[in-house]
Ligand binder design. Structure first.
Ligand SMILES: Nc1ncnc2c1ncn2[C@@H]1O[C@H](COP(=O)(O)OP(=O)(O)OP(=O)(O)O)[C@@H](O)[C@H]1O
Ligand SMILES: [Mg+2]
Length: 235
């Protein structure tokens, strides 16, 4: 099982949407996917089978749903081991309930997942350097996994700086940037969209995996047809 870590220029850049699309794209090449949302902040209680109420995060539910029926589904806990109610920075949400999340715990959790899929699509939280605890960040987890990274760029004013800083830190850590995605999360296309994409193409050595237009009804399966993952299949 090969991990791929999906990060974004910011919260709401489209990490979950593009992760779902990436899963559909890989599945269309008979590549099975597992998913991991290691830490989620922003969840509501749901009554589960045994009448217990459990916190459930929408990203984790969407990622799980995208993996389809080709392989035995993960349990919710396997797909999302740390889930906190308030939609705030994860380390602060953890502190509020006297918990601490660490890279070591996340790595152990990852290593205990079933290995029966080709890929494990791991969605970060917020942007690249989101803290996990007082010292570590989610980027440290991506580094511990040694995972190639996919960067989702939410195409809006300010994205050039966010994208280039993120790429610089990914490279500084010796990680592979597998590609980046120009994602349009707003109905109104940003001013000089094409020039912004061209600027990033000039400065980012990794391939532009897809340009995803705004969809009135967000449909990741439709967006998946824009993803060229053929170079991923034999490497
Ligand atoms: N190309 C698109 N067209 C239309 N809507 C989109 C597109 N990309 C993302 N969205 C919508 O924008 C919102 C934010 O996207 P998404 O949840 O994927 O962001 P995220 O980076 O995963 O956010 P978070 O930091 O909360 O995990 C969602 O409502 C999603 O459906
Ligand atoms: Mg998300």
């Amino acid at each position: 099982m090969r991990p791929v870590f999906v990060t974004g220029t910011d919260t709401d850049a489209g990490k979950t949407f593009c992760s779902e699309a990436l899963i559909h794209a890989l599945q269309s090449h008979q590549q099975s996917c597992r998913v991991l949302k290691p830490v989620a902040a922003g969840a509501e209680y749901e009554t589960t089978d045994n009448e217990h109420s459990q916190l459930r995060n929408d990203d984790a539910r969407r990622l799980l749903a995208a993996t389809g029926a080709a392989i035995t589904p993960l349990t919710y806990h396997q797909a999302n081991p740390f889930c906190f109610a308030p939609a705030i920075a994860p380390h602060i949400a953890a502190q509020q309930v006297h918990q601490r999340v660490s890279v070591e715990q996340l790595l152990q959790h990852y290593n205990e997942l079933p290995r029966d899929a080709h890929w494990c699509v791991v969605e970060g939280a917020g942007g690249w350097l989101v803290p996990l605890n007082e010292q570590q960040s989610l980027a440290d987890f991506a580094q511990a996994l040694g995972a190639p990274v996919v960067l989702v760029v939410g195409m809006k004013l300010g994205c050039l700086n966010h994208a280039l800083l993120t790429v610089a830190d990914i490279e500084r850590r010796g990680l592979q940037l597998a590609g980046w995605i120009a994602n349009n999360t707003q109905a109104e296309v940003m001013p000089n969209y094409a020039e912004n994409v061209a600027t990033l193409q000039q400065r980012i050595a990794a391939p532009l995996l897809a340009e995803v237009p705004f969809q009135k009804q967000a449909n990741p399966a439709a967006a998946a047809t824009r993803f060229d993952v053929t170079s991923w299949l034999n490497n």
